[in-house]
Design a protein around this ligand. Structure first.
Ligand code: NAD
Length: 371
């Protein structure tokens, strides 16, 4: 399939930029999916893609996902993403990221980047040397640093919303929550859950991480094979995508699925199936938007307290999705899409009519950077 056919298949993207710099070995693609709500923000993924087609499909898919995430989160941001073709363990260099930064800079703020799989704070620092259109830069550069505590706090809010909807209370005391994956998000989430008095079940493919958690908190350890099917109230996938699939769905014992991982449903039909089974699904891109909220605050001039406060909004965002799902008699995954699409339509139209009005944060960003 040619690039234009692929673009048509994966969403009506506004702009795709191919970045090529032989001197530093840069081959990257920036996809701007939609800027109706604001500048397109999304991380840069570095991955040893097997083909250019695979890289293009990934960036098209991921950038569209960012449009939905930002919209459902109520942020004045559009959706974009970038991929760099290469092995992060071998092909990284200052020159490569600075060259990439120059490409980003040429877009004049239409695309703003951040960390993603395969990139880190140091890479953002190198991009920052060439452009101000980058977030997630180190704290000593005035950035917000690691977003995962904020993502995890948002996930906690989503779990509370899910419990309110399913059990009538958002008090997590005694609620059994199974956390799959004790990485950046899972580890922070466990800390929050323990403080809330939840009974936490944990699992990771790295036994050292499990051991550390069991000795630090009163948590129950499960094998990676068993955690998804543990007897619990809430299952919080915080590791991989596609964990809700044909093989797993019939064996789930939880009443709520609410975790930080991206793309938890293998296919949309699994969202319908969860609904039929009476399991409440808290849509992934609504519950895991805390990290995006954090970098949005960075654009306004960073304050950790404000970022933390903003992540509380995940609770209301989830409740809104549940109420639409009930009203329309549809799965929460579809209700989330509806919320996102409706906001893009309404606010996007408003912004076209009064372009200056809803770009306040964008203007503020300029002021911050001009200080
Ligand atoms: P991470 O790499 O730090 O952690 C993932 C953890 O999962 C690792 O400890 C890994 O050993 C473990 N794991 C892998 N396979 C497993 C399995 N089969 N069973 C149990 N554990 C397993 O990643 P992260 O930053 O914590 O992100 C976790 C998920 O959340 C990802 O899907 C990511 O895309 C998503 N997410 C993260 C953020 C963020 O702020 N970091 C924001 C939004 C979404």
């Amino acid at each position: 399939m040619g690039p234009f056919e692929l673009i048509a298949k994966h969403g009506e993207h506004e702009e795709i930029i191919f970045c090529n710099d032989k001197n530093v070995g840069l081959r990257a693609i920036i996809a701007i999916h939609n800027t109706a709500l604001g500048p397109a923000l999304g991380g840069t993924r570095m991955w040893p893609y097997k083909s250019e087609e695979e890289a293009l499909i990934d960036v098209l898919r991921l950038s569209k996902g960012m449009t939905y995430k930002a919209s459902a989160a109520g942020l004045n941001l559009g959706g974009g993403k970038a991929v760099i073709i290469g092995d992060p363990k071998i092909h990284k260099s200052e020159g490569l990221f600075r060259a990439f930064g120059q490409f980003i800079n040429s877009l004049n703020g239409k695309y703003i980047t951040a960390e993603d799989v395969g990139t880190c704070e140091t890479d953002m620092e190198h991009i920052f040397m060439e452009t101000r259109w980058v977030t997630g830069i180190p704290k000593d550069f005035g950035g917000s640093g690691d977003p995962s505590p904020y993502t995890a706090h948002g996930v906690l809010m989503g779990i509370k919303a899910g419990c309110k909807e399913k059990f009538g209370t958002d008090n997590l005391s005694g609620v059994r929550v199974a956390v799959q994956g004790l990485g950046n998000v899972g580890r922070n989430l466990v800390n929050y859950l323990v403080k809330e008095g939840a009974k936490v079940l944990v699992s990771d493919i790295d036994p050292e991480k499990v051991k550390a958690h069991v000795s630090e908190h009163k948590v129950e350890a499960f094998s990676p094979e068993q955690i998804l099917f543990a007897d619990c109230d809430v299952l919080a996938p915080c590791a991989l995508g596609a964990v809700i699939n044909d093989q797993t769905i019939g064996k789930l014992k939880c009443k709520v699925v609410a975790g930080g991982a991206n793309n938890q449903l293998a296919e949309n039909r699994h969202g319908d199936q969860l609904r039929e089974l009476g399991i409440l699904y808290v849509p992934d891109y609504v519950i895991n938007a805390g990290g995006l909220m954090n970098v949005f605050v960075e654009l306004e001039g960073y304050s950790p307290d404000r970022a933390f406060d903003k992540t509380r909004k995940v609770y209301d965002n989830c409740m809104k999705v549940f109420s639409i799902a009930k009203r329309e008699g549809i799965g929460t995954h579809l209700a989330a899409d509806q919320v996102a699409e409706e906001r893009i339509k309404t606010i996007g139209t408003l912004r076209q009519r009064h372009p200056g009005m809803s770009t306040r944060s964008f203007t503020t960003l300029k002021e911050v950077n001009n200080r």
